[in-house]
Each structure stands twice: as C-alpha cells, then as structure tokens.
Design a binder for this molecule. Structure first.
Ligand SMILES: NC(=O)c1ccc[n+]([C@@H]2O[C@H](COP(=O)([O-])OP(=O)(O)OC[C@H]3O[C@@H](n4cnc5c(N)ncnc54)[C@H](O)[C@@H]3O)[C@@H](O)[C@H]2O)c1
Length: 255
C-alpha cells in the first residue's frame, strides 16, 4: 500500500476556503497552502483575505483572494467562476464562514434568526451547489464543513446558531450519500472553544478559561488544531472517511 506523502498532502490541488480572512479559516488556508494546495480565500472582508493571500505568497505558496458574502448567491457564483478560471479546478471546499451573535431566545427577532441561518447554514448549501458540479466532472473532491460542539451542548443564547450548526451535520450526512458515487467525500468538524479574535469578542477570558477544566486536555484548543484535522479530512489520509463529524474540542464532549 502506498501512503500519501505527508509533506505535500494537497500537491496539485486547488482548495476554496470560505471565511478565510481570519481565525480558523485563515489557519486552514495557510495549512493547505503549506501542503501544496493553490488556495482561494473567499471572505466578505476582501482586505483581510488579500492580507492572508499575500502572507501565503510570501511563504512560497499560491493563493488568491475573492471578496464575496456567503449570503449572496450571485457574488458566490462569480467567485467560484473566477477560481475555476484561475486554477482550472476545485478539489477541496471548506465551508467555514460563520458568525455567532449571542441573544436570549425570547429577544431574538425573525430577521436575526434568518440572517444567522443564512450565514451559517444556507451558505453551505449555496457554496456546495456551486462547487459540486466541478467535482463531479473531475470524479473526485472533498468538502469539509465547519459545525460546532454547541450543537451537542445546546448552548444558551445561540438558538439560531446551534440550529444552523446541527443542520450542517445533517447536510453533511445527506451529501456524503448523494455524491460518494462520484468519488467525492463530505465531512464535518465540530470545533470546541477556539480562541479566535471573534471568540474573544463574545466570550470573556473567564468564560474561555472555564471550559478548560471541562476538557480532557487542559489547554486552549487553537485554530491550527482545527486546520490539521481539516487537512486530514481533505487529503488522501482521510480517503475512506465520509459523512462523519469529528469533534476538535480537547475532549470537551464525549458523544
Ligand atoms: N471560535 C470558536 O470557538 C468556534 C467554535 C465552534 C465553531 N466555530 C466555527 O468556526 C468557523 C470560524 O469561526 P472563527 O471563530 O474563526 O470566526 P472568525 O470571525 O474569526 O472568522 C470568520 C470569518 O468569516 C468571515 N465571514 C463572516 N460572515 C461572512 C459572510 N457573510 N460572508 C463571507 N465571509 C464571512 C469573516 O469576515 C471572518 O473572516 C465558524 O463557522 C464558526 O461558527 C468557531
């Protein structure tokens, strides 16, 4: 049996990462580029995406930034077309873009509910629907969706977000069944408490520290921890895995 080279797991492949201007998405884009992928960084923060793309290029990698809001089907279609135009293919899609505003359920407006569902869940439908025809034509591909352990925990003040993240796990399972016959794998990661800049805005240091004793591993879980699992699932190392959700949470939850 020939094992894939572990130094360039994504050599010759093109990957599109949504929400790649910051946090977990930025880390995934950098990790993929270091493993040989040509990376498209899609984000509504075009300047941020361009900054990460420039850092990847300075590191010897290949990357391009696309400005698009994942709620906007036309902008997404244009970004996917531009990506195919530039790299000729998309082998890996990471549906990472997301937002997690906190609000008690009884104060939640219908508008905010719809918006959080659009950013976190409908975006996965829109991006996957645009990219999958290219993967089907190629006869291969991998999609990695980013959910959240809050789905398993049922965290307060996140009813819209938790509902969306549960939907992603369901969509992962259905898509895996529908596209497996084309050699395409669809998997999901549920991060735990990852100390990104956005997480710092919604959770105090005390709140973040309070999670650590609940984890098996008594340390902060970092964006790179999630990126390494995304690399595993996107590459040949995870070649027999599809329809699965992996928790990357230091052992916070056990189911
Ligand atoms: N940080 C955590 O503790 C944690 C835990 C579980 C799950 N997650 C999930 O991981 C993913 C990344 O989270 P993060 O903490 O790195 O967030 P982040 O805010 O640091 O990064 C999110 C990126 O997505 C982009 N983005 C947001 N809305 C967008 C939109 N409508 N269109 C295009 N781009 C958009 C932002 O500009 C940003 O660059 C999200 O799906 C989040 O729900 C995070």
């Amino acid at each position: 049996m020939t094992l894939p080279s572990t130094s360039h797991l994504l050599d010759g492949q093109a990957a599109l990462v949504t929400g790649a201007a910051a946090g977990i998405g930025e880390s995934i884009a950098i990790t993929f580029a270091r493993h040989g992928a040509k990376v498209v960084l899609l984000d509504r923060d075009g300047d941020g995406a361009a900054r990460v793309a420039a850092a990847i290029a300075a590191d010897g990698g290949t990357a391009r930034a696309e400005t698009a809001d994942v709620r906007d089907p036309a902008a997404l279609a244009a970004a996917v077309d531009a990506s195919i135009g530039a790299f000729g293919r998309i082998d890996v899609l990471v549906n990472n873009a997301g937002a997690y505003p906190r609000r008690p359920f009884l104060e939640m407006s219908e508008t905010e509910w719809d918006d959080v569902l659009a950013v976190n869940l409908k975006s996965v439908f829109l991006c996957s629907r645009l990219v999958l025809p290219h993967m089907v034509r190629q006869g291969a591909g991998a999609i990695v969706n980013i959910s959240s352990v809050t789905f398993f925990l049922g965290m307060e003040r996140l009813a819209h977000y938790v509902s969306a993240k549960g939907g992603i796990i369901g969509l992962t399972r259905v898509l895996a069944r529908e596209v497996g016959r084309h050699g395409i794998r669809v998997n999901c990661i549920s991060p735990g408490a990852i100390r990104t800049e956005s997480e710092k805005q919604v959770a105090t240091v005390e709140e973040a520290n309070a999670v650590i004793p609940l984890q098996c591993l008594k340390r902060r879980i970092m964006p790179d921890d999630v990126a390494n699992v995304a690399l595993f699932l996107a590459s040949g190392l995870g070649g027999a895995i599809t329809g699965q959700t992996l928790n990357v949470d230091g052992g916070w939850i056990h189911y």
